[in-house]
Design a protein around this ligand. Structure first.
Ligand code: SF4
Length: 434
């Protein structure tokens, strides 16, 4: 989502005459768009500012704005602690950046914009065309979270759940498609909680997917990140009926133990999670799943951990994320950290080895088989093109011809930890290049 936000911030400041600087040292204005989800996020921001101060020691100080979730969480404290910062902007207030820059240019006053003006933000963004011209683009449709998992800061930094108007989303999707996008990933902290009411009708994520799939030049649709409780029947049905909806779902589970899920306040148990997976597989047999895992959450016993391993073995997740639990200030779980660090590290190694083994087996199954790839870009200084298949696997092929924007069947002949490698099959089925 920060990638989407950064690109929209650029759209907002371009009319003021700002363009992306070739070198950091050439910049008149720095916007540090921060994420609070990882440990020590705040420290990293102060480190970055330290580097910036060194860089500009003998030059005119650039305007410095800190945006995103760290700015939201720290707000006034950040302005007091680091005088080099000219303004802090929460993720729901970044539409105010042009105005802030203008005021700072004029008066050099410090500004704090950390209100939750999410409606005002999207109203302002709708007036500015999305200029992103990537083959695969992000589009935010929903923000915020009302779930309040006990370990998570998002409800405090991104605010309550808000869904954008379906008409605005379609307009922005058309802009992206006109710019060349063939694939759109719909974004939200709880993307499948999307719900927009208009003239007595309620539109949910499934309705939006169906509407977007009617746009002919759009070839692929994805969405992330989902909460298991919001995987509704109509969404499962969309996975069956909508060919453009890709057969991979990132469905964070965090733990395979119902006891731990309850302590986390995830609001579902592991049997309900299994049922969702079963229901999706019933309508889309080739669907794959990726997930997030927190290891050593307060109260996690060896038995709870083994339940997580059993879940991984059963579902065979691909490309998942796993982290040792570390507390986030201000969350309910922040004072409960009670699993020994060495135990947590050991469990993480065991779990990642299992994920890695499953990933190896999965990638190995592609050897000598073909997979359909949408090519996104050429690799720097090489006759190689990068794309992704339907399951989000990165695929690299050698080609003297420009493959950007094409969807081609690729026969896989090698792989490593990150990518599949292959050759274009000669009986190319589809070619969307101009
Ligand atoms: S549902 Fe996701 S974003 Fe919301 S509180 Fe839980 S982990 Fe955080």
């Amino acid at each position: 989502m920060n990638e989407y936000d950064s690109s929209r911030i650029l759209d907002l400041v371009e009319p003021m005459g700002y363009v992306v600087a070739d070198k950091p040292a050439d910049a008149d204005c720095y916007i540090l768009n921060t994420c609070h989800i990882r440990e020590k996020a705040t420290d990293k921001v102060y480190h970055d500012i330290g580097r910036l101060k060194k860089e500009f020691r003998n030059k005119k100080k650039p305007i410095l704005l800190v945006t995103g979730c760290v700015a939201q969480a720290e707000n006034e404290e950040m302005l007091n602690r680091e005088k080099y910062i000219d303004g802090v902007v929460g993720p729901q207030s970044y539409h105010k950046i042009p105005d802030m820059i203008k005021k700072i240019e004029d008066s050099e006053k410090k500004i704090n914009n950390t209100e939750f003006d999410v409606i005002e933000k999207f109203d302002s963004l709708n007036l500015v065309r999305n200029s992103n011209s990537k083959i695969s683009s992000f589009l935010t449709i929903q923000e915020g979270c009302d779930k309040f998992c006990h370990f998570c800061v998002v409800p405090y930094t991104r605010g309550p759940e808000h869904s954008r108007s379906i008409d605005e989303i379609i307009i922005e999707a058309k802009q992206l498609i006109d710019n060349g996008s063939k694939e759109i990933t719909l974004l939200g902290q709880n993307v499948n909680a999307y719900e927009y009411k208009k003239q007595g009708s309620t539109y949910r994520l499934a309705d939006l997917i169906v509407k977007l799939s009617e746009l002919e030049e759009l070839k692929r649709i994805r969405y992330t990140t989902s909460h298991p409780n919001d995987v509704t029947k109509d969404l499962i049905e969309a996975h069956k009926s909508c060919e453009k909806l890709m057969p991979i779902l990132h469905l964070p589970v965090q733990s395979g133990s119902s006891k731990i899920l309850n302590l986390m306040n995830r609001k579902h148990n592991i049997f309900e999670y299994h049922k969702i997976i079963e229901n999706l597989k019933a309508v889309k047999p080739n669907i794959k799943f990726s997930s997030d895992f927190i290891i050593g959450y307060p109260g996690e016993t060896e038995d709870d951990f083994n339940q997580t391993l059993r879940l991984i073995e059963k579902v065979k997740f691909i490309n998942s994320y796993s982290f040792i639990y570390s507390s986030r200030p201000g969350t309910i779980a922040s004072k409960l950290d009670n699993v020994n660090l060495e135990i947590k590290k050991k469990r993480l190694v065991t779990l990642q080895a299992m994920l890695e083994k499953n990933n190896f087996m999965y990638k190995n199954s592609f050897l000598d088989n073909s997979t359909e790839v949408l090519f996104e870009n050429k690799l720097d200084n090489q006759d190689k093109y990068f794309g992704r298949d339907k399951f989000l696997n990165s695929v690299i092929v050698q080609s003297e011809k420009d493959l950007t924007g094409q969807i081609l069947d690729i026969k896989i002949n090698n792989f490593n930890h990150n990518s599949l490698f292959g050759k274009i099959l000669l009986n190319e089925k589809r070619n969307f290049a101009a």
